[in-house]
Design a protein around this ligand. Structure first.
Ligand code: ADP
Ligand code: MG
Length: 289
């Protein structure tokens, strides 16, 4: 991929990237993310790896409860070592059994959708969000090789992204762990404000999971532009599904966070339902036009 206008070009890479072995701090379907003190670099997964993860999540939705040794739960909690190991097994199976067996129409559809969403999201982020402070800073530089944990142990990169203090998901878990529910409530309010800021600019994220947002100081930024869209035909079905969810905090994975504080959960659910619906979002979009 070619660095675009939203990247600052530097004459050489920050020295901290080559000072030691970079640790893995996050991963999704498409990327594995490694960090130095202030910067992150990304390894883009191969198509085979991505397809194996898609198959893994599809199987899991159906079979998690039937797997032995608590593997299902550990996968659902996204324990990275377990996810990595199971994904490797699936990749091996993909080599030995015919493609027509595993590359089902549904898997193909998920893969195409994921790629299309990423491309559109990246373009929109570049066109609409660069320079707004709603995304972390990005830099590019002449290619360097960095050492990373895990296999193959190194990575060639020519771009890096500002490292956020923490993801919104992690911050909320930490605050709830400390019993600081006032801050949990405040950050969730900010999260909903951030989303509305996007809507005002004619952008909506169909993948607005808390892990895809980061925190820099008191600012929330979007880490993953995949899922950004400006097309109402993508947005409406997503919202239609959201409108049917009775306890949105659960689908955001916050069930255990709010376990001891049902009142705050109810308050959040109410605010969410008032905002994340076709009526409110389309009003923002019409203002735009
Ligand atoms: N700039 C960053 N600073 C800190 N962590 C990050 C950063 N970018 C991504 N991450 C972590 O890596 C994870 C995967 O990155 P993401 O861009 O969401 O990949 P994918 O497209 O595969 O979902 C994120 O959920 C987040 O936890
Ligand atoms: Mg992501």
């Amino acid at each position: 991929m070619r660095p675009a206008a939203d990247y600052e070009t530097l004459p050489h890479a920050p020295e901290e990237l080559t000072r030691g072995r970079l640790k893995r701090i996050g991963q999704g379907i498409g990327k594995v993310v490694y960090a130095s003190e202030h910067w992150v670099v990304k390894r883009y997964r191969s198509p085979t790896e991505m397809v194996s993860l898609i198959i893994l999540w599809r199987m899991l939705r159906r079979w998690a409860r039937h797997l032995p040794f608590g593997i299902g739960d550990r996968l659902l909690r996204r324990e990275s070592a377990v996810v990595g190991a199971v994904s490797k097994i699936i990749q091996t199976v993909m080599i030995v059994i015919p493609r027509s067996v595993w590359f089902t129409r549904r898997v193909a559809a998920s893969w195409t959708l994921y790629r299309a969403r990423n491309r559109r999201g990246e373009r929109l982020a570049r066109e609409v969000l660069s320079g707004t402070g709603l995304m972390p800073r990005k830099i590019c530089f002449p290619a360097i090789t960095v050492l990373v944990t895990g296999l193959p142990g190194w990575l060639t990169v020519y771009e890096a992204t500002e490292r956020v203090d923490t993801t919104l998901d992690q911050l909320i878990r930490d605050l709830a762990g400390q019993g600081d529910f006032e801050s949990v409530g405040r950050w969730l309010d900010r999260y909903l404000e951030t989303r509305q800021n996007g809507w005002k600019r004619g952008l909506f994220s169909v993948d607005a999971h808390l892990k895809n947002f980061g925190v820099i100081g008191d600012r929330i930024v979007l880490l993953d532009s995949g899922g950004l869209t400006d097309r109402w035909e993508d947005i409406a079905p997503r919202l239609e599904k959201d409108e049917q969810v009775s306890e949105p905090h659960k689908s955001l994975g916050l069930e255990d966070v709010f376990e001891s504080n049902p009142a705050l959960a109810a308050r959040f659910d109410e605010r969410w339902r008032a905002l994340v619906n076709r009526g409110t979002v389309s009003a923002h979009f019409i203002e735009q036009m």
